[in-house]
Design a protein around this ligand. Structure first.
Ligand code: GLC
Length: 718
């Protein structure tokens, strides 16, 4: 399609309609064939609706084809709609939430999962997914931690690029869909971990921590960027010219579509940044945004702004061409249904191949936090009590698109299937919600089941509705009912395994001592139950490591490993360290650090060795360490390399991850892992307001989690 020629035929209203996106329900006529309620509440006219450029929140190929047909019948220019959807961790076959995928430290697996999701999405009529979400997360109270891959920029960059490649392929494949990286920028920096709260971070914090993962998506060829609800330097991202036009477009060279978040243009009035919808339209187009999601500011007010000479037709044409370009690239003018196919939906949804991918991901994402030897369970275990509000529920997580809880394997099902000869008894034990108070009858049933069992598996934590968008929590422990359940079960059963389901790091100090073993499955998706059973019985070994620090107490939040030393660092026991940066009633360190995770074997790692103590600019040196499997089982270690810039023109964090390697080791085996250090790893946003390196001393750590404090030094020199 000659999109410039098409553009020349378009009226201003048709151009502005291309730049507008409304829910599918707005596009489907009501019973009288008229504009539906939601569209009417947006004051949309039939001609505006007839020319709308894209839609979201539809379900399945049939609905997509119906809406596209209806749209093409009424659009005078027959410009096909773009269909967009939040496919965040699967379409119908759901893999673990992205925070869990971060725990795999496996970008290839991340890409494989995203590619699977793209295939199911494409046949369901999805052209664009609103993913990956790559917001850096440091505060466990925030509900949307579940959607990101955690607190580390290095890991987030790898996972960001992997998801873009998985979703998009090379954008020519039948099952490739466009990705939309979000939420640009720093949405995860919400103060107090409260969703949609204000964000106020310095430019260097943006440059060194929050920006990299969005840029990794841009460098990987992402087709779209979604701006965030929050402020950046006092200006909402939706209308932030420095952020969008300056950084994203001019500095990073991104010349594709920028879309707002849901009704975010209009929310610039609520922020107190804009006076009117017209002002919102002006700030947004000036900022560089092309598509307005679920509000009509462009449609209703750009014409007047053009009349007043405040906005040029050239600005509008640029935005429309970006939109038409994506439609052209996806072949929608030739085939407006693209890969939508009911037949292929039925073939791919929940197929064995996709379930296998999800099970593998759930197994690799799980993190073993404590184990006194009670795990792995023996196949010959005679009686097992499976207890808890999440023991017989499909834990598919928030943003699970077309996924259904009832299609997911539960822990109870997984255990029963794996050990069919064992006596497996179930009790719910308490209600699911986070304010559940103990119910004596439910507790009594659980105690009855537990006292007859040789081991009790307690499935606790958060339901999928207790994390995700709008679901921040001020307390991040388990409910009182769940705490009571553990205590009562422990009174009658001396082997208690706690399986956590969570969309964020949880505070687990309350019950650490009562449990013989504790693991997190996060929100593991369609095959979570079978994966959990395989892990509990040692059919597969744990290799997941924490992508976010688990706080000792919620009072420590936000807490993350790559923090600044301060002028008065805590050097010993917090109780006796006056006049240092400390709490009187809690340690500074998290309960479990970034990169932490146990396995069914043990690993030891040597002091790091370095090939040279000076690194010349442009050169390379190597750091290595020997990791040994000192246990009785084969396992996978995650060897992690961190660097600290000891002195710089802006204070640098105590350490930053710059590399990791998964190492499979048989029992007793050892391997030397080597990392190459080059100057580009030392680049940071300096006091000169640019990315550069500075000569001086650096410390290199090689360990099995971020708490490693043995290091070797080198100097960067000319
Ligand atoms: C929501 C979310 C965003 C999502 C969009 C469309 O408010 O913030 O992540 O993609 O609306 O559902």
């Amino acid at each position: 399609m000659d999109i410039k020629q098409l553009l020349s035929k378009m009226t201003l209203e048709q151009k502005l309609a291309q730049m507008s996106q409304f829910n599918a329900i707005c596009l489907m006529p009501d019973s009288q064939g008229g504009v539906t309620g939601p569209a009417r509440s947006l004051d949309l006219t039939e001609s505006e609706l007839a020319a709308v450029g894209s839609t979201l929140n539809f379900i399945g190929a049939e609905e997509m084809i119906k809406i596209q047909d209806m749209h093409l019948a009424q659009d005078p220019l027959k410009i096909p709609l773009l269909f967009m959807q939040d496919v965040v961790h699967g379409y119908r076959t759901i893999y673990p939430i992205p925070l869990a995928m971060g725990a795999t430290f496996d970008p290839d697996l991340m890409q494989e999962c995203a590619s699977m999701a793209a295939k199911e999405s494409a046949v369901a009529g999805v052209n664009v997914t609103f993913g990956p979400m790559v917001d850096l997360c440091r505060d466990a109270r925030w509900g949307r931690n579940m959607e990101s891959t955690g607190e580390d920029p290095y890991l987030n960059c790898l996972m960001s690029a992997a998801q873009v490649k998985g979703f998009q392929g090379d954008m020519t494949g039948k099952y490739d869909i466009a990705a939309c990286v979000k939420h640009f920028a720093a949405y995860g920096g919400a103060e107090a971990g409260r969703d949609y709260n204000t964000v106020d971070v310095s430019e260097r914090n943006l440059r060194d921590y929050y920006f990299p993962a969005y840029k990794a998506a841009v460098d990987a060829g992402v087709e779209m960027v979604m701006t965030s609800f929050n402020l950046i330097n006092g200006v909402p991202s939706s209308g932030n010219k420095w952020l969008v036009d300056g950084v994203l477009r001019k500095e990073w060279g991104f010349d594709k579509i920028v879309i707002s978040d849901y009704n975010a243009f209009r929310e610039m009035k609520v922020h107190g940044y804009c006076e009117s919808d017209k002002d919102c339209a002006y700030r947004a187009i000036e900022g560089g945004s092309d598509i307005e999601m679920m509000s009509p500011c462009y449609l209703k007010h750009i014409p007047a702004l053009i009349e007043e000479g405040k906005v040029s037709m050239e600005q509008i044409d640029k935005a429309v061409l970006r939109i038409l370009e994506l439609k052209n690239k996806m072949g929608l003018f030739e085939n407006p249904y693209r890969s939508a196919s009911v037949e292929e939906q039925n073939k791919f949804f929940l197929c064995d191949e996709h379930r296998d991918i999800c099970r593998k991901a759930a197994e690799k994402a799980a993190v073993l936090l404590k184990n006194d030897g009670v795990l792995p369970l023996c196949d010959k275990t005679k009686s097992i009590a499976v207890i808890g509000p999440f023991a017989n529920v499909g834990m598919i997580g928030f943003w699970s698109c077309a996924g259904k809880e009832e299609e997911a394997t539960t822990v109870l099902q997984g255990i029963k299937k794996l050990v069919p000869n064992a006596k497996v008894e179930y009790a719910e034990g308490c209600d699911k919600d986070d304010v559940a108070t103990p119910c004596d009858e439910m507790i009594a049933k659980a105690v009855e089941v537990a006292k007859n069992a040789s081991v009790a598996v307690l499935c606790l934590g958060e339901h999928r509705t207790m994390a995700g968008e709008g679901n921040s929590r001020s307390c991040i422990g388990i409910s009182e009912a769940q705490k009571t359940l553990i205590k009562k079960v422990k009174e009658v059963c001396d082997k208690v395994v706690v399986v956590l389901f969570n969309g964020r790091p949880l505070v687990i100090t309350d019950f650490m001592d009562d449990a013989n073993a504790i693991l997190t499955m996060w929100q593991p998706g369609t095959e979570g139950g079978s994966a959990c059973a395989n892990l509990l019985f040692g059919k597969t070994n744990f290799e997941g490591r924490l992508p976010m620090s688990f706080p000792y107490t919620v009072g420590q939040c936000p807490i993350y490993y790559n923090n600044m030393r301060t002028g008065r660092p805590l050097k010993r026991d917090f109780k006796t360290s006056g006049y240092t940066s400390r709490y009187m009633d809690a340690p500074n360190a998290p309960l479990f650090p970034f990169g932490y995770g146990l396995s069914y074997t043990n690993f030891e790692i040597s002091e790091p060795q370095i090939s040279a103590t000076s690194l010349k600019r442009g050169g390379a040196i190597k750091v290595s360490a020997t990791v040994k499997n000192t246990g009785k089982e084969d396992g996978v270690a995650l060897v992690q390399m961190y660097i600290n810039d000891c002195v710089a023109s802006l204070v640098r964090p105590v350490k930053e991850m710059k590399g990791f390697e998964k190492v499979s080791l048989r029992a007793g085996e050892e391997k030397t892992v080597e990392f190459t250090i080059t100057e580009d790893m030392l680049i940071f946003w300096s006091a000169n307001g640019k990315f550069e390196t500075e000569n001086g001393d650096f410390a290199v750590f090689v360990g099995l989690d971020a708490s490693e404090n043995r290091s070797v030094k080198f100097t960067l020199c000319d």
